[in-house]
Design a protein around this ligand. Sequence first.
Ligand code: LLP
Length: 424
Amino acid sequence: MHYFEIKDGVLHAEGVNLEAVAEQVGTPTYVYSAATLRRHYGLMREACDAHKDALGDALIAFAVKANSNLSVLKVLGSMGCGADTVSEGEIRRALKAGIPASKIIFSGVGKTDSELAFAIREGVRQINVESSNELERLIAVAQSLGAKPDIAIRVNPKIGAGGHAKITTGGAGDKFGVPVEEALDLYAVASNSEHVNPVGLACHIGSQITDLAPMEAAFKVIRGMAETLRERGMTVTRLDLGGGLGVPYYGETDTPPPSAYMAMVAGVLAGLGVEAAFEPGRLMAANAGVLLSRVVHVNERTDGRRFLVLDAAMNDLMRPALYDAFHDVKPVRPVEGASLPHDIVGPVCETGDTFARDRELAPLKAGDLVVFMSAGAYGAVMGSEYNTRPMAAEVLVDGDKWAVIKPRPTYDDIFAREPIAGWL
Ligand code: LLP
């Protein structure tokens, strides 16, 4: 559910007319709906709280990688949401947005010593350790700081799932986490260390998962491991079950809602007596954002292909080029007329800069505005300046209010970041 609707013939984000935003800020521009972000957090919170017996005082930690804009983090943080982070930069963003360190989880397969030290000094809630080498380094760093951080071991349960091979993380060959036996051993090493405090296990098997079965299977593995660790005399108080829940991109109606997901999790964890944590990214942000773009022109070729050439490109929204991802494209001012197949493309000099092939749309013309729906997660964050295209601006809407929360850089801004070598 989201708050992007046609009112008086024009698409609005909550109370704000997107034609007015395009007029004032230009395009391409990402537009986020605060009410939608709040709604998604609220649904997750409610679903967790309905199962306190099994999930404890569960932490919902937004996966900052999905949308790291400071205002977006502030909207979620002010509702009590935590942050799942994968770099020092993301930890810094979460802190800057007012999310307390006690609600920040630090994950990732390649944390450097200096990032680990930063996380320890800031006192993050938990560091998810993904390899034996990392555990060794973390112990050394913690010792040098005289600290004893809470850690979890990230398990690779050999159960991968997700909307695309490139976003599946729990498969046996994937680089994330350690296999079950090794994780049990690492937990014992950590338990015997004076310098880290193992509190539990973590797993995240993939993204855009629309079937609860693989998640349930993975969580059962994690539960079994927690029981084994306890039988071996170790303490397990937290389980971090990652993110991964899919969202509707095509208008699907069968994506499991947070309530069904939490009921499944509660069933798996019943009676274990742990505190759960969740790291939703896409679920919170995808349908809370659109990418607003203007039609540069329509190229009706003599071979019959009709190209809708937009001022947004693969550098603004990478997902179609990278994962063949589907984003619904809608006109901001719906037009009359029989729909025709369009190839929707950007101006970048690559065939990969194609958002959709043969997409049925009512005929649009130069100057018309369109939006890519469900672009609030893994949209702006994955943007680049390829082809020296200034990054898209970002706007937050909240009721009738709106603000630019990341201005489009000027060309001077771009060049100022590139000092020319002094001898040239
Ligand atoms: N936790 C961990 C450890 C993760 O690696 C991820 C996502 C999440 C949580 C959040 O997953 P979510 O709830 O958003 O599915 N760029 C890709 C998605 C990459 C996801 C990477 N990890 C895309 O555009 O589809």
